[in-house]
Unconditional design. Structure first.
Length: 378
C-alpha cells in the first residue's frame, strides 16, 4: 500500500493534543483547532494499487440498512468457509441519528455555504450545493454533547461509516474545526457567523503548518458536488463540520448474505466512467471515551487497502499491484445506467469481521472516489 501525505499532527503545531491561538479570526484569547480530511497532504490518502501495479432529516438507520443489506441478521450460510459471519447494522443513538439543529441553523448553514463557494470560486470551481444528509450536523452535535474533538466518534465510527449509516451512497470527505473562548462569546447569530468565518479562513489560508493544506485541498476538490454542514455551539464553544460529498449516481447498493454486491442506478451528473473499485478494511469499531478521542490520533484514513475490483475479464487480465483482485460479473457505467455486480466474499474470507468500504474511483486515489460505502460484517 502506498500512502501519500503525512499523518497530520494535532492542530496547529502540537502532536499531543495542544492548541494554538486562532489565526486570521481577529478574536484575541480564542482557541481554534482544525483536523485534516482524507485529501492529499492532510492525513492518509490511499492510491489505487491497480494504478501502481500497471506501472509495474432524521431517518431510521435500521430501516435503511434493512433495505440496502436485505436484513440485519442474514448469516453467510452459503459461503465456502466455516466462519459464522453475518451482515449487521450498527446503531447510531439506538437505531437512528439523534440530530438537533440550533434555532438559527438556516442562517448559519447558508452563511457557511456561501463562504465555501466563495473560496471555490477563487479557483474557478463549480459551487457545491447543500447536501440533504444529516451527517455533518450529527457529528457536530456529538462532539458538543460529549465534549471531544475528532473525526472519530464515541462509537468508533469514521466519517465514511457515519455517512453510510445515514444513507449516503456517494463519497464523503470531512473537515472538522472548533473554536472556544474562556467566557461567554456565542450569544448571537452574528457571533457564531464570525466564528465560522474565522475557521473557514484558517482552513483555507492558515492550514499549511498543521495540516499540509489538507483542509484547503478538500474545500477545493473539483470532484465534490455538495456539502453537509454541521454547526453546534454553546455560550463558549463552536463546532463546525464540513462533510463534502461527491454525488454522481442515484444509486441502490445491495449486499446479499453471500456477499454478492450490486450497485445499480442512474447518473445524476456527468462524470468520467470509473474503471476500478478500491476495497479497504477497518477492524470492528469499538467505543471510544471523550478522553481517548481528545488524545488521538484523531485524524483518519480510508482504511487498509485489501485490493479491489476490476471489470469482467477472461484473458490477459490486469490485476491490482497488491491485495486481492476480483473481476466483476457485470460492469455497466454509462450516461444513463449504472449496473455493477461483484463478490466481496474473497475479502471477507481473508480479513474476517470488520468494515469493508467500497470506493468507486474515477482517478488514481480516494480523493477521486464517487462512492465510499461501508459494509459491516460480524
Amino acid at each position: 500500500m502506498k500512502i501519500s501525505g503525512v499523518r497530520g499532527a494535532d492542530p496547529a503545531t502540537d502532536s499531543d493534543g495542544g492548541s494554538a491561538d486562532t489565526k486570521g479570526g481577529g478574536h484575541a484569547g480564542a482557541v481554534a483547532l482544525i483536523l485534516a480530511a482524507i485529501v492529499l497532504g492532510a492525513t492518509f490518502l490511499l492510491l489505487s494499487p491497480y494504478a501502481q501495479g500497471l506501472a509495474s432529516g432524521q431517518s431510521s438507520i435500521v430501516s435503511w440498512f434493512d433495505a440496502v443489506l436485505g436484513g440485519r441478521n442474514e448469516t453467510a450460510s452459503n459461503l465456502s468457509w466455516t466462519k459464522n459471519l453475518s451482515l449487521y447494522s450498527p446503531l447510531i443513538e439506538n437505531g437512528s441519528a439523534l440530530v438537533t439543529y440550533p434555532g438559527d441553523y438556516p442562517a448559519l448553514s447558508t452563511y457557511a455555504l456561501n463562504l465555501i463557494n466563495q473560496d471555490r470560486a477563487t479557483s474557478d470551481l463549480a459551487a457545491v450545493a447543500y447536501a440533504s444528509l444529516d451527517v455533518g450536523q450529527q457529528h457536530a452535535d456529538s462532539m458538543l454533547r460529549y465534549g471531544y474533538f475528532s473525526h472519530w466518534d464515541t462509537q468508533g465510527f469514521k466519517p465514511y461509516m457515519r455517512y453510510t449509516l445515514l444513507g449516503g451512497t456517494g463519497a464523503v470527505e470531512e473537515n472538522v474545526a472548533y473554536i472556544s473562548y474562556p467566557g461567554t462569546h456565542f450569544s448571537s447569530t452574528g457571533a457564531v457567523e464570525a466564528g465560522i468565518k474565522a475557521l473557514e479562513y484558517d482552513m483555507m489560508y492558515n492550514d499549511s503548518v498543521c495540516c499540509d493544506n489538507g483542509h484547503r485541498a478538500n474545500i477545493l476538490n473539483p470532484t465534490h458536488t455538495s456539502v453537509a454542514i454541521g454547526v453546534a455551539y454553546n455560550a463558549t464553544t463552536l463546532y463546525f463540520v464540513e462533510d463534502f460529498e461527491s454525488y454522481y449516481v442515484n444509486m441502490t447498493f445491495n449486499v446479499s448474505s453471500s456477499y454478492a454486491v450490486s450497485m445499480t442506478g442512474t447518473p445524476v451528473a456527468q462524470v468520467t466512467s470509473p474503471t476500478e473499485i478500491l476495497v479497504t478494511y477497518d477492524p470492528p469499531p469499538t467505543a471510544e471515551t471523550p478522553y481517548q478521542l481528545n488524545n488521538g490520533p484523531n485524524d483518519y484514513s480510508p482504511g487498509n487497502v485489501t485490493g479491489g475490483v476490476l471489470p469482467p475479464c477472461s484473458i490477459f487480465c490486469s490485476s491490482f499491484g497488491e491485495g486481492i483482485t476480483v473481476y466483476a460479473s457485470k460492469w455497466v457505467f454509462s450516461q444513463t445506467q449504472v449496473d455493477i455486480v461483484f463478490q466481496l466474499s474473497d475479502f471477507v474470507e481473508k480479513y474476517g469481521t470488520g468494515v469493508y468500504t467500497v470506493y468507486l474511483l474515477i482517478g488514481p486515489d480516494t480523493s477521486s472516489a464517487i462512492t465510499s460505502i461501508s459494509v459491516f460484517v460480524k
